[in-house]
Design a protein around this ligand. Structure first.
Ligand SMILES: [Zn+2]
Length: 373
């Protein structure tokens, strides 16, 4: 039996120990490369573009490193990452506008739900303001987004002319409203009510209205309160207003519309009158008013109009067809026409600066069952 000399055995052990150490060192190095050196050099590449350290970490965590490195610095992206926002879903938005907030993200989502192409939505945010984009939610006939953008941007300096061309096909893809009695129901050239619908209305006193005017009691009570407060406000020149028209049944609406249609044609009739089933007067929630001491067509020149147009939301009314919204609502400016929607919604619509039509599409419509624009 032979034995390995002690010396030799020691040498072999030392050799094994040496290789073991080298292996361990390589392992540690590899670990360091993947956990420290590569990340820190990636982070450096990202921060070199201009991003903050915390944004760089977030970009890596959200697995957007390569995409971000392919592009230039985006301040909007940086800011939102710092706020802890998950940016992947709306990633491209951060590269077309510096102002990406919850409202912009929501508007973008609704544009896509309406059926607009992602690229077209991005073009809008790159070139237009929020309020220049929201009409697209009502429009149903925008065939070329570049033309629309050109139309909007070339009319910015002209007051109340928002676009020159028409982007709507009236009375196409019309839906029937589900609950005509709801205070927040919208009725327009795309959302109509049955011509059989008759609301519960009350007769308005001759103190407040022309002979035979009827309204839903919610609207009538709110009007009386508004009138009293306006008279009590002590504004020079204010004498008060009265209601010239309230609830109109579909038959009367048809007569009015046909009168325009027969004398001036369809285009004119649709701009100044509603087809039966598409007038909010049939809801009993809309009223036309006029100043006690002025011709009704000059209502927008009165002190009463000046007061009501900025205060009516406090009583639940909105100026339904504003001068700046003619292309959106499809109606000429009607300073005398007010719609009751309740105080809360009226205030929200007033503060948004949008027409009811836009506000409805943006915040109220249920898209879960909708099949595009
Ligand atoms: Zn009216």
């Amino acid at each position: 039996m032979t034995t390995v000399p002690v010396k030799k055995r020691k040498r072999r052990l030392r050799k094994e120990f040496k290789y073991g150490l080298i292996g361990l060192a390589i392992l540690i190095l590899v670990i360091l490369i993947f956990t420290v050196f590569i990340p820190s050099s990636t982070r450096r590449k990202i921060t070199k573009l201009g991003y903050s350290k915390e944004s760089a970490v977030a970009i890596m965590e959200q697995k957007l490193t390569n995409t971000v490195l392919e592009k230039e610095y985006s301040e909007a992206l940086d800011e939102n990452l710092k706020r802890g926002i998950k940016v992947a879903e709306h990633f491209d938005l951060y590269y077309v506008t510096t102002n990406v907030n919850d409202e912009i993200i929501h508007l973008n989502d609704i544009l896509l739900k309406k059926g607009y192409a992602k690229e077209d939505a991005l073009k809008c945010f790159a070139n237009l303001s929020f309020k220049e984009i929201t009409p697209l939610l009502v429009f149903n006939n925008v065939t070329n987004m570049d033309d629309y953008i050109q139309d909007v941007t070339s009319h910015r300096t002209i007051q109340n002319v928002f676009v020159k061309n028409d982007y709507t096909k009236y009375y196409e893809n019309v839906s029937q409203v589900e609950d005509a009695a709801a205070l927040d129901v919208i009725v327009n050239k795309y959302n109509m009510i049955s011509t059989d619908y008759v609301p519960d209305v009350v007769s308005c006193s001759r103190q407040y209205a022309s002979e035979g005017v009827e309204l839903r009691s919610e609207a009538y009570e709110a009007f009386k309160e508004m009138e009293a407060d306006m008279l009590a406000a002590g504004v020079e020149g204010i004498r008060g207003v009265y209601i010239t028209s309230g609830y109109r049944n579909a038959e009367l609406q048809k007569e009015l519309y046909d009168r325009y249609l027969n004398s001036k044609g369809e285009l004119y009739a649709d701009a100044y009158s509603a087809r039966p089933g598409s007038s909010e007067h049939q809801l009993g929630l809309s009223m036309d008013i006029t100043a006690t001491n002025k011709e009704s067509l000059e209502f927008d020149t009165t002190e009463e109009y000046a007061w009501i147009s900025v205060n009516c939301h406090k009583y639940g009314f909105i100026l339904r067809y504003p001068a700046s919204g003619e292309k959106i609502t499809g109606y000429s400016f009607e300073p005398w026409h007010y719609r009751y929607v309740g105080k809360e919604l009226a205030t929200k619509i007033y503060n948004s600066g949008l027409t009811f039509d836009e506000y409805y599409e943006l915040y109220m419509r249920d898209y879960s069952t909708a099949e595009g624009k």
